[in-house]
Design a protein around this ligand. Structure first.
Ligand SMILES: Nc1ncnc2c1ncn2[C@@H]1O[C@H](COP(=O)(O)OP(=O)(O)OP(=O)(O)O)[C@@H](O)[C@H]1O
Ligand SMILES: [Mg+2]
Length: 238
């Protein structure tokens, strides 16, 4: 049997909200593991704490929230001990979070090309031509047959499903090890929902991307995920 080493290990985390004298435990004893190249779904009712857990995985908890117990190990290192610079590197090079409602994250009136080039500004990819070709590659990877046309569009000219794929291409251009997609399909109609899920599956299989797919729609994710972790009002349902 092949022994796989975990890429991300979440161990017994507790997340607490603190405001002045007030203190409330929001997440209790959540543990799960992601292995290289698999797709795991994190499901559970609205308010169970899925988004908060995903924010914790990349060190982006809102003010007042903090991890008060447990550890989050990325390739064996506890990210809870990372400083801001290390967390920035983690988010840039290793774990990308596609936040819930991230379709709003694309500026509707700035050219797709400008926004995509901005995303890869830290990478040493050579000439302007090389950079554009790199973007073409990722746009083609998410299913666009005319990548150049997409690069020269404004997001407001694209449909919701197309914008979601542009966002995915943008994220993939960072070549992360882990993609966390928080409700990537809720803003989409049924046809585009299936399309985006199929695309994520394709990327996982073909690029070896590790995907944490967050959704409260456990029916559709069960079809695509290799494993399902179910959260239940602040904890895990076992
Ligand atoms: N910034 C915050 N400060 C304090 N509490 C918060 C904050 N954000 C969310 N919460 C609380 O934490 C709990 C979990 O919220 P979270 O957004 O993670 O749920 P979710 O499982 O992602 O739900 P949904 O399926 O609707 O996206 C909720 O009870 C919510 O009220
Ligand atoms: Mg959420």
């Amino acid at each position: 049997m092949q022994v796989r080493s975990p890429l991300l290990k979440v161990e017994h985390i507790e997340i607490t909200y603190k405001h002045r004298q007030q203190k409330k435990v929001i997440i209790q004893d959540v543990s799960f593991t992601l292995y290289q190249g698999e797709m795991v779904a994190l499901t559970g009712k609205s308010g169970a704490g899925k988004s908060i857990v995903s924010h914790a995985l990349v060190g982006l908890l809102d003010k007042g929230l903090s991890v008060t117990k447990g550890q989050i190990l990325f390739e064996g290192q506890n990210i809870l001990q990372f400083n801001e610079k290390q967390l920035e590197k983690l988010r840039r090079d290793h774990i990308t979070l596609m936040i819930q409602h991230s379709l709003n994250g694309l500026d509707p009136i700035r050219l797709v090309k400008k926004q995509m080039l901005e995303t890869i500004r830290h990478r040493s990819l050579g000439s302007k031509k090389n950079r554009e070709q790199f973007l073409h590659y990722w746009l083609a990877e998410v299913g666009f047959h005319e990548p150049d046309e997409i690069l020269h569009s404004y997001p407001f000219e694209l449909s919701g499903g197309m914008r979601q794929r542009v966002l995915l291409a943008m994220i993939l251009s960072l070549q992360p090890k882990i993609l966390i997609a928080d409700e990537p399909t809720t803003a989409l109609d049924a046809v585009n929902r299936e399309r985006v899920l199929r695309l994520l599956k394709h990327l996982q299989r073909n690029l070896g991307l590790t995907v944490l797919l967050i959704s409260h729609d456990d029916h559709s994710v069960k079809k695509y995920a290799d494993r399902v972790v179910q959260m239940n009002e602040g904890g895990l349902l076992l």
